[in-house]
Design a protein around this ligand. Structure first.
Ligand code: FE
Length: 285
């Protein structure tokens, strides 16, 4: 099975117009897991920590996946696309050549909680037209199991106790697996991972236990991510507190990365072009 190679404690930071969040992958250019560039967890019941949202900003060269656990977010871009992201739903945005958008909370009180994941695009796809998929919670397969565990699949496929859960996102070059798993105390979860893919586990409730029969040789508490390497499946076991975590895996691109904020390209010249295009108002062509 895969083994734990590195533990990444999420760092508390803020982004956009003061949205409080915990950044896991993407804290620096040394904290990535090809093709995953960034993973943010946002979660607060204090409106002043989220209400100002993410006013208009650009992206080029990658995909953003926003998964809401609680709360509502309105998305609008400069091409006139509008989407309303609700609890349990996902927005899968392929920025491609470019998009300028805003992501604004649609509630003035209560809990706002979710994730944003950035997935790199291969060089050959970085300049394709921007596109979206808004996926309602009802379109995302989920199931509860006899041991008290629960699994929801956003991308890729999970087979457990004779059930197959196939996420709505298929056919991408990076072939991502993106799964939300809740385990009861002592509950186990095992997932085969395709050869050559690395995996990332991000715990956001409870703890995953250190166990010789699992991929983890150290306790992985909430707001900690683990990079898993080697061949075979990922196997984890919840501690006595139970655990909820995201499991990510994908085909690595193995291409050079040059990032300047929300532009992620392969060369410095392409970054300079992105900045010039943005300043000239032709980011999206
Ligand atoms: Fe954005």
């Amino acid at each position: 099975m895969k083994t734990l190679q590195r533990v990444i404690p999420a760092q508390r930071t803020s982004d956009g117009a003061g949205v409080s969040l915990y950044r896991s992958l993407g804290q620096s250019q040394h904290v990535r897991l090809d093709p995953f560039l960034m993973l943010d967890e946002f979660g607060s019941d204090r409106p002043d920590e989220y209400i100002a949202g993410f006013p208009p900003h650009p992206h080029r060269g990658f995909e953003t996946v926003t998964y809401m656990l609680e709360g509502h977010m309105l998305h609008e871009d400069h091409l006139g696309n509008r989407g309303h992201l609700k609890s349990g739903g996902v927005q899968w945005m392929t920025a491609g050549r470019g998009i300028i958008h805003s992501e604004m909370p649609q509630q003035e009180s209560g809990l706002m909680r979710g994730f944003q994941l950035w997935i790199n695009l291969p060089a050959a796809e970085k300049m394709k037209p921007a596109s979206y998929r808004d996926i309602d919670a009802a379109e995302l397969p989920e199931a509860s199991f006899e041991d008290g565990s629960w699994v929801k699949v956003i991308a890729g496929e999970v087979q457990r106790e004779g059930k197959t859960l196939a996420g709505p996102i298929q056919g991408l070059t990076t072939d991502p697996l993106f799964v939300d798993v809740r385990l009861p105390a002592g509950g186990r979860f095992e997932q085969p991972i395709k050869a050559g893919y690395r995996a990332y586990v991000y715990v956001f409730e409870g703890d995953l236990a250190a166990d010789p029969g699992s991929s983890l040789d150290r306790l992985l508490p909430a707001r900690h991510g683990g990079c898993l390497d080697g061949e075979g499946p990922v196997a984890v076991q919840a501690s006595e507190s139970g655990a909820r975590f995201l499991l990510l895996a994908a085909r690595p691109l193995g291409e050079p990365i040059v990032q300047y904020g929300p532009f992620v390209m392969n060369t410095r010249a392409e970054i300079e072009q992105a900045v010039a295009d943005y300043q000239a108002g032709r980011l999206a062509g």
